[in-house]
Design a protein around this ligand. Structure first.
Ligand SMILES: Cc1cc2nc3c(=O)[nH]c(=O)nc-3n(C[C@H](O)[C@H](O)[C@H](O)COP(=O)(O)OP(=O)(O)OC[C@H]3O[C@@H](n4cnc5c(N)ncnc54)[C@H](O)[C@@H]3O)c2cc1C
Length: 401
């Protein structure tokens, strides 16, 4: 058993921290936050320096590394700034489905520009009547002699305002049983790639947090897409999405991990500097114990998150059943714990914590979505119960060892 990071992993973590401290300048953060602007120039720099696509193969310009390396970068970016770190991660995360299921041509076409920071990706699964329950889509996909025709409406698509391509989940067989008959297809923003029809993209304004990333409604009207854009096996769309979620939820966990570490560090500094009753507030047991508990909680979710990433990268075949379990454990436990830690950071700041300037209230708002997207906390707990009902959870006799 070896908990140490490799030298390469330590270098990546350090480089990510240095990049974030140099590029995530507070004036730029304020400007992007207040104008709801995606920091595309910082995303581009992150791509040029190799932070995007660390887990992609080198033939598309990726790092041929793993989920662990991604987690380390996301953690450092979100530790430096929740808004910027999350927006940058969410711009390349959706393309992971192309890494897993794309043909060689699709990988080259879509991942090549993405790893350089030139292209932004998006996933469009959620519909007005289908959020947690993706076992049926109202968006339809119909095969024609020279392509596929998409019709329907998607909501809450992150990056909708500026994504270069969308991975859309659609119902191909309307008579299929729940969860079946769906297909994933790549839709390019560039209308010259369409064979016919229309795609409308409408902004959904006034979010609680995550203000540097756009949220959109997408409406497809007889949008005809070429056959080369079918992603993965037809009819296996939902399974493609679930395989993607196994990896992506571990990375999403790292957003919350970084978000709360950043809040903790700010709170610790404040508690050492702020004096009341002629005493630094860290010396009041109520505040000191709070900080001690926050630090312990951070260590516990950090190692859980790292273990989830390790499992994705190194789990042996007989451990593969543990991945959906741990991915759900990470996806509910890390953001829920992070929410409590950030809330405690606000307490340490007193009234100052309630204002945007100290950043802790923004971290709270940004972090809140981590509990929801890519499957809510309740959905993760359902997954865990489903698995617990059929396995022997006793550690010694399980495959978790
Ligand atoms: C800012 C933001 C960004 C997003 N980005 C994207 C994106 O890029 N692409 C995309 O496709 N989607 C995206 N989503 C959608 C997101 O994944 C869904 O909002 C989420 O999965 C929940 O679906 P819902 O909102 O329809 O809630 P519902 O499914 O209606 O759930 C409402 C409540 O009921 C609970 N619930 C539902 N079913 C069960 C159950 N079986 N057991 C117990 N409780 C249950 C839920 O946990 C929740 O608390 C985004 C959402 C937001 C807010």
């Amino acid at each position: 058993m070896d908990f140490s990071l490799t030298n390469e992993q330590k270098d990546i973590k350090k480089a990510a921290a240095e990049f974030a401290s140099g590029e995530f300048q507070s004036e730029l953060i304020q400007e992007c936050e207040l104008n709801h602007r995606f920091p595309r120039e910082i995303y581009k720099k992150a791509g040029e320096l190799g932070f995007i696509g660390l887990d992609y193969p080198d033939d598309v310009g990726g790092g041929s590394l793993g989920i662990m390396e991604n987690v380390l970068v996301i953690e450092e970016f979100c530790k430096a700034d929740s808004g910027m770190g999350m927006a940058i991660h969410l711009a390349y995360l959706p393309a992971k489905i192309v890494k897993i299921f794309g043909t060689a041509e699709q990988r080259l076409k879509f991942l090549g520009p993405l790893v350089k920071g030139d292209w932004v990706s998006a996933v469009s699964f959620t519909e007005p009547d289908h959020g947690s329950d993706l076992t049926r889509m109202e968006t339809t996909l119909e095969e024609k002699a020279d392509g596929f025709v998409l019709n329907g409406t998607k909501i809450f698509t992150t990056n909708g305002a500026y994504a270069d391509f969308f991975i859309v989940l659609a119902q191909e067989d309307p008579d299929a049983r729940p969860g079946k008959g769906m297909t994933t297809i790549l839709v390019e923003r560039d209308s010259s790639s369409w064979l016919d029809g229309k795609m409308e993209i409408n902004d959904i304004p006034n979010k609680m947090g995550l203000r540097m990333a756009s949220s959109s409604e997408l409406v497809f009207q007889d949008l005809k897409i070429s056959k080369e854009n079918i992603l993965g096996k037809r009819g296996r769309g939902l399974l493609n999405v679930l395989d993607f979620l196994d990896e992506s939820r571990i990375e999403i966990g790292a957003q919350a991990l970084g978000n709360c570490e950043g809040a903790f560090l700010k709170a610790l500094n404040h508690a050492k500097e702020r004096r009341q009753f002629e005493t630094p507030i860290i010396d009041f047991q109520g505040i000191g114990h709070k900080l001690a508990r926050m630090w312990s909680q951070i260590q516990s979710i950090k190692w859980l998150n790292y273990y989830g990433a390790w499992l994705c990268d190194h789990g042996t075949a007989n451990m593969s059943g543990s991945i959906p379990l741990f991915t759900s454990i990470v996806k509910h436990h890390v953001p829920e714990t992070a929410k409590k830690i950030i809330d405690d950071a606000i307490t340490v700041f007193g009234g100052y914590g309630y204002f945007l300037e100290q950043d802790v209230e923004r971290r709270y708002r940004d972090n809140r979505i981590v509990e929801m997207y890519e499957g809510t906390v309740e959905v993760q707990l359902n997954n865990i119960v489903r698995i617990l009902k059929r396995i022997n959870p006793d550690f010694l006799s399980s495959t978790f060892l």
